[in-house]
Design a protein around this ligand. Structure first.
Ligand code: CIR
Length: 268
């Protein structure tokens, strides 16, 4: 949970109309506000001593700010995914270049395995093992390719319910050994499967809101939902982590297109 580098991408103007979304109920993102929220996110990573590599957006790739989905990085290895939705597959090029040339990571290409798909949003790394959500975006071949790539760690596939986008849409690491999880049926079902397959023991914190269970723990800091977005969940973070350095992060505009906090960076 220590990061020296981060990769982030600016918000494409096409996010508003063309980014993928499961439904329209939240309305359209406000571009200026989304960009302001992205700037705040990036500034906070920099304040944590992280060297942030920030890239221009590409209007042909409306979801390009959600870089997490594009690569999985650990121990000097960068797995370049094949994102599960065709409109997102072009996002890998910029990220591959940075990981390989600027950050000196050993690149492994999922494109070598026919039919394998994987979004980073489905990959929960606990520090000791991986859980990989099998979703509309990630298939078993993708999960197995990840297992071959990071062969020193246990990797367990977790079957998600049909309505779920990613495993981390309702779950993430809130600190070492602690899984934050939403309270919906789908989130609890996935957690049960994780508990039955895990090679190590974890404690859990249950948040009232699924989206709020997506938080970022990095460099001894917990970045989580704001009181404005999710008052009950924010209060719970406050109460449960009184001694942890915490930062509240607004995410209202990204949520409208199913983006959460982990999605917007690759931490290395
Ligand atoms: C998508 O549906 O692909 C984007 N609109 C949102 C991606 C969110 N990514 C993530 O949770 N890792």
């Amino acid at each position: 949970f220590q990061a020296k580098f981060a990769i982030v991408r600016r918000v494409a103007s096409t996010l508003v109309e063309q980014a993928l979304r499961s439904d329209e109920s939240g309305g359209k993102p406000d571009l200026a506000l989304a960009r302001e929220q992205q700037k705040k996110y990036i500034d906070n990573l920099r304040d944590l001593g992280i060297d942030v590599h920030e890239f221009d957006s590409d209007d042909r790739l409306p979801d390009c700010c959600f870089v997490e989905d594009v690569a999985v990085c650990h121990d000097g290895i960068a797995l370049i995914n094949r994102p599960g939705h065709p409109t997102r597959q072009g996002e890998v090029d910029v990220v591959r270049r940075v990981l390989s040339f600027d950050l000196g990571q050993k690149v492994v290409e999922m494109s070598e395995q026919e039919g394998a798909t994987l979004d980073g949003g489905d990959v929960l790394f606990t520090g000791k093992e991986f859980f990989v959500g099998l979703s509309q975006r990630t298939n078993m071949k993708g999960a197995m390719f990840l297992a071959d790539t990071f062969e020193n760690y246990p990797v367990s596939p977790i079957k998600l319910s049909d309505g779920s986008l990613h495993l981390k849409s309702f779950m993430s690491m809130a600190s070492p050994g602690v899984i934050a999880v939403g309270s919906s049926k789908d989130a609890q079902k996935a957690l049960k499967e994780i508990e039955s397959k895990a090679s190590f023991k974890y404690s859990k914190v249950t948040l009232p809101d699924d989206v709020a269970a997506n938080c970022v723990y990095v460099n001894r800091t917990l970045i989580h939902c704001s009181h404005e977005d999710f008052p009950e969940s924010a209060k719970k973070f406050e109460a449960l982590f009184p001694h942890t350095h915490r930062i509240e992060m607004p995410n209202s505009e990204f949520r409208k297109v199913d983006g959460a906090l982990t999605c917007r960076s690759i931490l290395i």
